[in-house]
Every structure is written in C-alpha cells, then in structure tokens.
Design a protein around this ligand. Structure first.
Ligand code: CA
Ligand code: CA
Length: 192
C-alpha cells in the first residue's frame, strides 16, 4: 500500500507542469489558469501586471481564520504603531513583501508603514481576501493620515492601489472592514 502511495505521489509530481522550487523572487503570471504554480499566489499589482509570489505563510485567503493576526503585536491600529514593513524602494530591483493578517474584530484597523525614497515613487498595494466576507476598504495615507488613494477592484477578490506620490517620506496603507475578514496584502515601492 505504501509503495502504491509513493508511486501515486511521484506520478502527481511528474504531471505538475511547474517546478515547485522556483525561489523567492516574484515572476510574471501565466495567461491561462492556473496562473501560478503550486505554492505561489497570483498577485495582481496593476490592471496589466500580475506576479506569482511565494506563499510562505500557509494561510488560504479562502479559509476564514479571524484570530492569530501576526501583525498585532501588540497592535497596528494607529499611525504610531503601524507594522514596519521595511518596504522602501531600495536596492536595484525592489521586491514586494507580503503579509497575512486579519481584520478582527470588525472594529480592527490595520496600518502598514512604507517609505518612498523620492517624489514620483509609485506605491503598489495588492490585497486578496476571503470573497465570502465583505471586501475590505484599502487606503493609501500620507504621513498625517490623510487619504491619498483608495483601492480599486478589477479582479474578484483582489483590491489594488498603484499611486505615484508627490514627495519622499513615510506613507501608510490602511485596511479596515465592516466585518472581520482575513487577507493577504502585498506592498512595494518603485522608484521613478
Ligand atoms: Ca489586524
Ligand atoms: Ca490592527
């Protein structure tokens, strides 16, 4: 029986059109479903660009898990306690970072800090969520907390922002909802 299972497993691997060990650097999605190999999520960054990003934390956006938001230590509910993402547009090829989290309870607010090196930098946000729940509100805020841009959805279950900012400095991405929901947010800053 064990031998039969092993044969079955290797048959599955042999049939997988993708090499599952493709590393951490995002790559462009395929055009036909499945758009990304197993272990990677299709992250729609803009209306025309989709990247496959490794799903390092095993949270399926389609399985509702309200508790255990790893970004709440102790809280990211205010500008002063926002999750420090380390996303700052530095390096020769700035890489997006992803966070699995939850709006939980419904009154929860999640804030993420990013840094734009100069004016004209583009802040990119892509958020996927459990489509059985209410879509979260996603906003890009300036350092004072004023809203600069709100998320748009062109793909079911995905909300995106791509905003060119006027000046370098601190910006915040805010996620909230009228009901609790788990989500995955991917952030990047591209220099002009
Ligand atoms: Ca939260
Ligand atoms: Ca929070």
């Amino acid at each position: 029986m064990r031998r039969a299972l092993l044969v079955f497993f290797w048959a599955l691997v042999a049939c997988n059109p993708y090499d599952p060990n493709l590393g951490e650097i995002p790559f462009l999605c395929g055009t036909d479903p499945p758009r990304c190999p197993e272990g990677y999520l299709a992250i729609v960054l803009t209306g025309t660009r989709c990247e496959c990003q490794r799903n390092d934390i095993a949270v399926d956006p389609n399985q509702y898990e309200c508790s255990d938001d790893p970004q709440e230590s102790p809280t990211n509910d205010s500008l002063g306690t926002a999750t420090e993402t380390g996303v700052d547009g530095s390096g020769t090829n700035p890489q997006a970072r992803s966070f699995n989290a939850a709006v939980c309870p419904a009154s929860d607010i999640d804030l993420y800090r990013v840094t734009a090196p100069t004016g004209g930098s583009i802040v990119q946000v892509s958020l996927t969520f459990d489509v059985m729940r209410s879509p979260p509100a996603v906003e890009l805020l300036n350092s004072d907390g004023a809203t600069l841009s709100t998320g748009e959805s062109t793909v079911v279950g995905t909300i995106t922002i791509a905003k060119s900012v006027d000046g370098g400095g601190t910006y915040f991405v805010k996620v909230s909802d009228e009901m609790s929901v788990n989500y995955r947010v991917t952030l990047n800053v591209l220099r002009p």
